[in-house]
Write a protein of this length. Structure first.
Length: 192
């Protein structure tokens, strides 16, 4: 297990926590119940405290590994409820699209940071994708604000969100399966 693989595993875990955090934030903005917002924020803060230390030491302490294992177990459970197959509302689709875009943006910017930490070139394609995700996260933030203020949704906007949502749903099993990669990448024993 190399430090680079471990860092990448933590980055993958952070992207799932980001997905859940943004999902909860959007729920709150759209007046839905947000029972996990505080918990997910705590997970995000914990990971954000561990990763900078790891980037300097290139190793995890036992307590850091245990904390990540605990977070992973909880994230796995939360992700089992992230997709709601019977929910076809625009608000739900907007939540999934928004949280996915922010998750992917975090992953891309994290890969760039990983390259800097480990002195590797991540390529120009990754750099270009940052702008792509910045543009899209800005757009969906505006759509969430519009929905929050009660503005009507145009057919064009609904079509874009539906299209992006359908793409995410097609990847649902891959999204859930990627959780299985995290513990081996980080080198932690997942708790039961």
């Amino acid at each position: 297990m190399t430090a680079k693989i471990q860092y990448n595993g933590m980055l993958l875990l952070a992207s799932y926590v980001q997905r859940l955090y943004v999902n909860e934030q959007v729920k709150g903005r759209l007046k839905e119940e947000t029972d996990q917002l505080v918990l997910v924020k705590d997970y995000f803060d914990s990971i954000n405290a561990i990763m900078p230390m790891f980037s300097q030491t290139k190793m995890l302490t036992v307590s850091q590994g245990e904390k990540l294992a605990s977070i992973l177990l909880s994230v796995r459970e939360m992700m089992n409820h992230y997709f709601e197959p019977l929910n076809t509302s625009y608000d739900y689709k907007l939540r999934i699209v928004t949280s996915t875009l922010f998750s992917e943006k975090l992953m891309i910017t994290g890969i760039i940071h990983l390259g800097k930490i480990f002195g590797e070139d991540v390529g120009t394609d990754i750099q270009k994708r940052v702008k792509f995700y910045e543009d899209r996260t800005t757009m969906v933030n505006k759509l969430v604000a519009a929905q929050q203020s009660g503005m009507p949704v145009t057919e064009e906007v609904e079509g874009v969100i539906n299209s992006w949502f359908e793409g995410i749903v097609k990847q649902q099993q891959n999204i859930l399966n990627d959780l299985n990669k995290i513990a081996p990448m980080i080198g932690i024993q997942e708790r039961e």
